[in-house]
Design a protein around this ligand. Sequence first.
Ligand SMILES: O=C(O)CCC(=O)C(=O)O
Length: 278
Amino acid sequence: MLDYKLSKDQINFFHTFGFILFKGLFLENIADIINSFNEVFKLKKNKQKFNLEDVDRLCIPQFIDSHNDLASLIDDERIIGIGESILGKNFNYMGSDGNYYNSNTSWHSDGWASNILHIKLAFYLDHLKHDKGCLKVLPGSHYINDKYSNGLDISFTKKNSYLNKLGADIPGISIETEPGDLICFNHNLKHSSYGGGSKRRMFTINLSQTYPEENLSDLKNYINQGARFWIDRAYGDIMLNTASKKRMKYLTQVLENEGELKSHSMLARKKMKKPANG
Ligand SMILES: O=C(O)CCC(=O)C(=O)O
């Protein structure tokens, strides 16, 4: 069996800068992955009857969960190797989304938690260049409580009035990608994308460390945020129905703590708050 454990240097790079790019890691599978991506979007499009050109961003939650081949990425040695190397054995699969972007994404963090490490694995399915839609990051900005990143947080929450700069002019690192590359980044890391053409395609797989007993209420809060998509379970049916014993290892802690999600979603539906997925 191939060994996809990360080297010490790769792990050090990730912890120092908050991201790491794996060039061509999925190159041999990318044609199939793109077909699967298109199939999920086609199904959604046929069901909801919309034009992709008419939306700034379309986000499908439980994305890999809704396709047999994409769900099996959780069993893939490359994903497991990255997860185990950075997060430890028994990491959690924390959900996925599939996205069509017709727009810029302004600078933000996906989380701002210090005690539990969350990572995002981002598959971009188009050729993306500097200032033409590729992901931009601010290396080192994932260290919360650090003077540098605390300063950034103030400036970013003040919508750049502190820096008096447009988001596109903030000097980040551009991570240019081709289909088949994989970007892994810490949820705390500040990231953005500017200048992309229409229909940038991307999907994510989110992973976290196992939550210790004393932090289970934080895990529940995280899971309950799924209510904004009106979902009753943390994982989609295909992800669960096709799960081997090996895959279940990465789903168990979330399944044990998803109990309140359904009532949160019911509440969101009652309030008739439109789901966040476009
Ligand atoms: O590619 C983009 O527009 C940014 C993606 C992003 O912000 C995210 O997945 O959290």
